[in-house]
Design a binder for this molecule. Structure first.
Ligand code: NDP
Ligand code: HSE
Length: 570
């Protein structure tokens, strides 16, 4: 079977003007992973860094060997790539920093304006195969003869991206702060019309400095089509073999109105993400249980309410349900769906028990019911299950509960059961009632959701055999690891599932899942396996997944609004 497609995503200086923008870039990378891509992210330096490094180097005269200057300037991209890696890790997305040396990106020609000539493709593929986002500092390489540091010329991160895409047989997308290429460039007071498509010949004039000319020439020579887009945007310019086509201008679209239920571990992370995008999202209100509780990320207490019904009956478009699953939650969700609102929830029990009914209800009333964060935090497991369904999935197995896995790790380190559970609760991994984690019920809901997505059906939750984690659970020493493994498979035409305690050899792929991490392995009928990993619980991994649902609804809202206006205009 063919491998998933690879995408080289270049994060330009205009979208990396400061560290504040890193979460947006993480959302962009996560969105591509959710869509099934293996991602290579090429980082430019943070805004102003290269200029400042040039100025510092300018204190010294040009040397015969400019490799020190090259090494100095390359630190800008290395720093931003490292920060991006930290931001990805915080969101629970596995990533690997790959310097030009590590991936054999060698060059020839002048030290400060060299041409890339070789890549150790296997070194990149190995990390992609391990499920990691590969983060490459752009702009630099090393000389093929002497191994000294080199640069690919000003704007050389574009060339890094195009070269990697060509050598990896990947798609190439350049993220900038504009929705593609415009007739006159966005900085001229009137940028003119944008292009949906640009032919190679027209791109040379139209792109100007927006794409490094050397990179554009390389792309044209090697027929590597380029997409230029903006984080969060729905429009882009595709540069390639097709003839040039101008874009029909889309008028502004009002933000999607969001009602938030719950501002706890996950809710605060989602609040933080959505309030950074006022052009895309408007928070109509947030409901909590205790108005006086101190919170790190939250609106002014005067803008909070304890009356969740007020939020549901407001004029919002989407309800984001992130309470601890109190008894009112289901009535609130149903009411919202009946009013034609969309609902996003991270609640496993609700999604597993009522998800199918809610999806039907939503479809009847014109909304959506989505619950990606209900399974495996930052791992886009449900999306992969749906995608692989058409290829006939034989079995699914994984570590799906972060709390129990975290506790097992602490027990191995000598903590008492009470200490380990307390640490999981303090970190925000455990459910309000940790009984759901410890009894295997939480993992049972998740494996049922995955089974439904991959097989089109799932066993009832009560039919899923479960082992529980307790103070008496034995944790072996030596080369073996205990893991709570959730599994679903088809037998005699019926889907079966279990969540069981297994003693695994250290070499088993699930034995190395540590702390609150989760992992999922899909085995297909043709014997191939697809493995995904990442953080399965906690504020930022879960908020990443909820926010990806929000971004998906926002894109649909933008497309619908643009379509309606186009219809009116014609
Ligand atoms: P928390 O307990 O941290 O937060 C729950 C929030 O709901 C609190 O802000 C609480 O208010 C609010 N709340 C409770 N009852 C009501 C009510 N009647 N009306 C209005 N607000 C109410 O939970 P989490 O953030 O950890 O989890 C939220 C959801 O996400 C759960 O369904 C959980 O299973 C799911 N989830 C959690 C993950 C995690 O790692 N934590 C991972 C994946 C999914 P107040 O703050 O005032 O008490
Ligand atoms: N309590 C859950 C866990 C949260 O520990 O996995 C993520 O669903």
């Amino acid at each position: 079977m063919s491998k998933p497609e690879t995408l080289v995503l270049k994060l330009g200086g205009s979208v990396l003007s400061s560290e504040d923008q890193l979460p947006d870039l993480v959302h962009e990378i996560y969105r591509r992973r959710r869509a099934g891509y293996r991602v290579v992210a090429v980082a430019s330096a943070l805004g102003g860094t290269t200029e400042s490094l040039i100025a510092r180097g300018a204190a010294f005269p040009a040397a015969r060997d400019e490799s020190f200057r090259a090494a100095l300037l390359a630190t800008g991209e290395l720093a931003s790539a490292s920060l991006l890696g930290l931001a990805l890790e915080r969101a629970g997305i596995p990533a690997a920093l790959c310097t030009p040396q590590q991936i054999g990106l060698t060059t020839s020609g002048p030290t400060l304006d060299a041409d890339p000539v070789a890549l150790d493709r296997a070194a990149v593929e190995e990390r992609l195969d391990a499920g990691q986002v590969v983060v490459v500092p752009g702009y630099s390489g090393h000389d093929r003869r002497h191994g000294r540091p080199t640069l690919l010329g000003r704007g050389g991160s574009d060339l890094t991206a195009v070269f990697l895409a060509q050598r990896l047989g990947a798609d190439c997308e350049l993220l900038k702060d504009v929705d593609g290429i415009f007739e006159r460039g966005p900085s001229s007071g009137d940028p003119g019309q944008a292009f949906d498509r640009l032919s190679w010949a027209d791109a040379v004039d139209a792109c100007g400095p927006a794409i490094q000319p050397k990179a554009l020439r390389y792309a044209r020579r090697h027929r590597v089509p380029l997409t230029v887009s903006r984080p969060g945007g729905i429009a882009s310019t595709r540069i390639g073999d097709a003839p040039t086509r101008r874009r029909v201008t889309r008028p502004g679209v009002r933000p999607l109105r969001i009602g938030l239920l719950g501002l706890g571990t996950v809710g605060q992370g989602v609040y933080r993400h959505l309030t950074r995008h006022p052009e895309q999202f408007e928070l109509v209100g947030a409901a909590v249980r205790d108005l006086a509780k101190p919170r790190q990320h939250a609106p002014d207490p005067r803008d909070l309410t304890v009356e969740a019904w007020r939020i549901v009956s407001s004029d919002c478009d989407v309800i984001v349900e992130l309470t601890d699953g109190n008894p009112d939650s289901t009535s609130l969700i149903e009411a919202a769906l009946r009013e034609g609102k969309s609902v996003i929830t991270a609640n496993k029990e609700i999604s597993a028990v009522r998800g199918a009914r809610y999806r039907r209800l939503a479809a009847r009333h014109g909304g959506r019911f989505v619950c990606s964060a209900s399974v495996a935090g930052a791992i886009p497991a449900l999306e992969w299950a749906r995608r692989l369904a058409s290829r006939s999935v034989r079995s699914i197995e994984g570590v799906l509960n972060g709390t129990t896995n975290f506790i097992l790790g602490r027990l191995e380190q000598g903590a008492s059961f009470a200490e380990a559970l307390n640490a999981a609760q303090t970190a925000g991994f455990a459910e309000a009632d940790p009984g759901a984690d410890l009894s295997g019920r939480d993992a049972a809901c998740k494996i049922a959701l995955l089974a439904e997505a991959a097989f089109g059906e799932s066993p009832s939750l009560d039919a899923i055999r479960r082992d529980e984690l307790s103070a008496t659970t034995e944790v072996p020493e030596g080369n073996q690891r205990v893991r709570f493994v959730a599994r679903a498979w088809r037998r005699s035409g019926r889907i079966q599932a279990e969540v069981v305690r297994r003693v695994l050899p250290a070499t088993h792929p699930l034995a190395s899942v540590e702390d609150e991490d989760n992992a999922v392995i899909f085995e297909l009928a043709d014997g191939t396996r697809h493995a995904l990993g990442g953080k399965g619980a906690g504020r930022w991994p879960t908020a990443e997944s909820v926010f990806a649902d929000l971004l998906q609804l926002s894109r649909a809202h933008q497309r619908r609004s643009a379509g309606r206006r186009k219809e009116k205009a014609s």
